[in-house]
Design a protein around this ligand. Structure first.
Ligand code: ATP
Ligand code: MG
Length: 277
């Protein structure tokens, strides 16, 4: 299996409070052609972990540890070197897509931007690549001349996906890319991402708090709680045989297929029994 990304001993703290760990001792490895889902409740450190890979952490935060992408220690790179990787070899779909598209630029222009910057495409070559990308995400190519507010939420999400895969990245990070979409559109977007991952043999890091999504697309699962990884395993291991009480509690909150399971609030009693060191 070909390893794409390896994170070891990642810690993130506010610069002005270096004893408050927002992310603590995170280790993970991602392989080509595989999807790893990070799950965990709000504030558990999922987005900070993703942003640190992209080198986009707020400058109020301090990260330590190692992040190696295709063998290169990317956390040591200066911003200029990181810019040649970001959007080219590592793509990211952000948690708030509606605010990530520029309302005054056509979607074609925005999809074309990374192609010009990283691959130097211009003119007809650029236009045909934009059309091919729109096709790939299921949007008629003539929509290249539309502005974001002329598209539906699902179409805008597909534009974000087209932008993120434009340069055929080796790693795609998707931070809750379907949360704002209705269930049918969500299923379409998940299927699309899954197909693209397979076709392009990308490693995908997919952040969600929805175990339905995990069941659909994950190969491997990482469960985070208050900045720490409390459980990792294959999808089957984590969904069928959760080891950690927090994972069990999260799974207890998921209605089963018949919707018969009663929703229970998470019981944190295990926290007091030393389940987290
Ligand atoms: N710039 C910052 N300064 C201080 N604390 C921050 C900063 N950014 C995030 N945090 C804190 O770090 C913790 C982890 O945040 P993060 O955004 O990674 O959560 P998350 O798991 O992505 O949650 P959600 O599911 O709500 O998106 C939170 O407690 C958050 O308040
Ligand atoms: Mg987040």
């Amino acid at each position: 299996m070909s390893e794409i990304l390896s994170i070891s001993q990642l810690n993130i703290t506010p610069k002005n409070d270096i004893h408050r760990f927002l992310v603590k001792q995170v280790n993970l490895k991602l392989n080509a052609g595989k999807t790893t889902c990070i799950v965990g409740e709000s504030g558990s450190g999922k987005s900070l972990t993703a942003l640190s890979i992209m080198g986009l952490l707020s400058n109020q935060l301090k990260a330590t540890g190692n992040i190696s992408f295709q063998g290169l220690a990317i956390n040591q790179l200066d911003n200029q070197s990181m810019q040649t990787i970001r959007g080219a070899k590592i793509g990211m779909i952000f948690q708030e897509p509606m605010t990530s598209l520029n309302p005054v630029l056509t979607v074609g222009y925005q999809i074309g931007e990374p192609l010009t910057t990283h691959l130097g495409l211009k003119g007809e070559a650029l236009r045909s690549r934009i059309a091919a990308l729109l096709n790939q995400v299921g949007i008629p190519p003539e929509r290249a001349d539309s502005y974001p507010d002329e598209l539906s939420g699902g179409q805008r999400q597909r534009v974000m996906i087209a932008m993120s895969i434009a340069c055929e990245p080796a790693l795609l990070i998707a931070d809750e890319p379907t949360t704002a979409l209705d269930v049918t559109v969500q299923a379409q977007v998940l299927t699309l991402l899954d197909e693209l991952k397979t076709r392009m043999n990308m490693a995908m890091l997919f952040i969600t708090h929805d175990f339905g999504v995990v069941a659909d697309i994950a190969d491997d699962v990482i469960v985070m709680f208050r900045g720490e990884i409390v459980e990792t395993g294959t999808r089957e291991q984590v969904l069928n045989y959760p080891q950690h009480p927090y994972t069990q509690a999260l799974l207890d909150c998921v209605p089963d297929v018949q919707g018969l399971k009663t929703l229970k609030p998470i019981d944190y009693a295990w926290l007091n029994h030393g389940a987290i060191a």
